[in-house]
Design a protein around this ligand. Structure first.
Ligand SMILES: C[S@@+](CC[C@H](N)C(=O)[O-])C[C@H]1O[C@@H](n2cnc3c(N)ncnc32)[C@H](O)[C@@H]1O
Length: 324
């Protein structure tokens, strides 16, 4: 416990552990429905995330998963659905009451799901900025609606910790609010609002840069949705602030010499007279076939100033494939 804002965070989540607070942080995005997965209602009431970090395509071959900031346990339970072995999912939280609530909820899940054992999840007390986890031991790491609470120095440490514990090519899946609107200092420094995931948001580019600065060679923006409004009538702000929530995957790929590959959902389409266009840098664009491209490739293709290549804007919906 190094900083006073952690005290506020601990108090907020101690309360949220003792008395479920429907609507705290969470969005109304639908919760995964999967065959033979029965979600206990208490886990739904304690869904304190702002998106999903559980994506089946990250979860093949029974990966070892680290989940930081467990809340009521909904996502550790969903991760366990894919790994299905003792201790495959390690859940970390700094709040004793939250760990206890999560453990109880996992026991509820065990009653409802014949395939599930509560010991598939190994709950440990710990702080995101000093993870009690060995170097390079994790396939998939995740956090949902926790990192936005941190001030920049702590956020840097928390990302560095995730990078340290991931194996080479391991994946860090994140879900957090972001904002492109300026956040007044009074709100940014309000510990309670930060703890409630309302005022710690960064602009998306800054959030991505913190990931690539930590060494992640590939970053995917998988979803971006409206999240919250902070308006002058209810918050100390002159202007309305629009928050969005993003789902991001940062992959511990080696850093390419020409910089990270960041996929924000751009697509290129070649529509010239040939069967394909070869940019000489490893990208073949088949005639009138869309190809997902990272922002670096989009910039390079645009610099060719060809009038037969269309480059779409960022859709912030990237689900695999394409260049790099
Ligand atoms: C907004 S809730 C999100 C809970 C969960 N991820 C979900 O999606 O429902 C934040 C969680 O992080 C935990 N937490 C807060 N600060 C932490 C820290 N420094 N290290 C680890 N966990 C922390 C809280 O106790 C709480 O469980």
């Amino acid at each position: 416990m190094e900083k006073s804002y952690l005290d506020t965070t601990v108090n907020v989540y101690k309360e949220a552990a003792l008395k479920p607070d429907v609507g705290l942080c969470c969005t109304t995005t639908p919760v995964w429905v999967l065959p033979e997965l029965e979600m206990p209602s208490i886990m739904l009431e304690m869904n304190y995330g702002c998106g999903s970090t559980v994506h089946p395509r990250d979860l093949v071959n029974s990966p070892t998963v680290l989940y930081v900031g467990v809340g009521g346990g909904m996502e550790v339970f969903q991760f366990a659905y894919f790994s299905r072995r003792k201790g495959a999912v390690i859940g970390i939280d700094v709040v004793d009451e939250m760990l206890e609530a999560c453990q109880n909820n996992l026991k509820e899940a065990e009653k409802l799901n014949p395939w599930f054992q509560a010991d598939f999840v190994d709950l440990r007390k710990g702080d995101a900025i000093h993870l009690p986890i060995e170097d390079e031991s994790i396939d998939v790491a995740a956090q949902n609606c926790l990192f936005n609470i941190f001030e920049k120095e702590e956020l840097k440490k928390a990302i560095a910790e995730m990078y340290r514990v991931l194996k080479l090519n391991g994946r860090l899946i994140l879900s957090d609010p972001v904002t492109e609107d300026p956040m007044p200092e009074s709100l940014r420094n309000d510990e309670k609002l930060r703890a409630l995931c309302l005022s710690g948001s960064l602009p998306l580019d800054e959030y991505i840069k913190m990931l690539t600065d930590a060494g992640f060679g590939t970053v995917e923006i998988r979803a971006k949705r409206p999240y919250r409004i902070l308006d002058p009538k209810h918050y100390e702000t002159d202007k309305t602030i629009y928050l969005e929530s993003v789902e991001v995957c940062a992959i511990k790929d080696p850093m390419p010499e020409d910089g990270p590959c960041v996929f924000t959902g751009k697509t290129a389409i070649y529509y010239g007279d040939e069967d394909f266009f070869d940019d000489g840098a490893g990208h073949i664009l088949l005639n009138n076939q869309p190809i997902a491209i990272c922002d670096k490739t989009a910039k390079k293709l645009a610099s060719l100033k060809k009038d037969d290549i269309f480059i779409s804007p960022s859709t912030y919906f990237y689900d695999g494939g394409g260049c790099c």
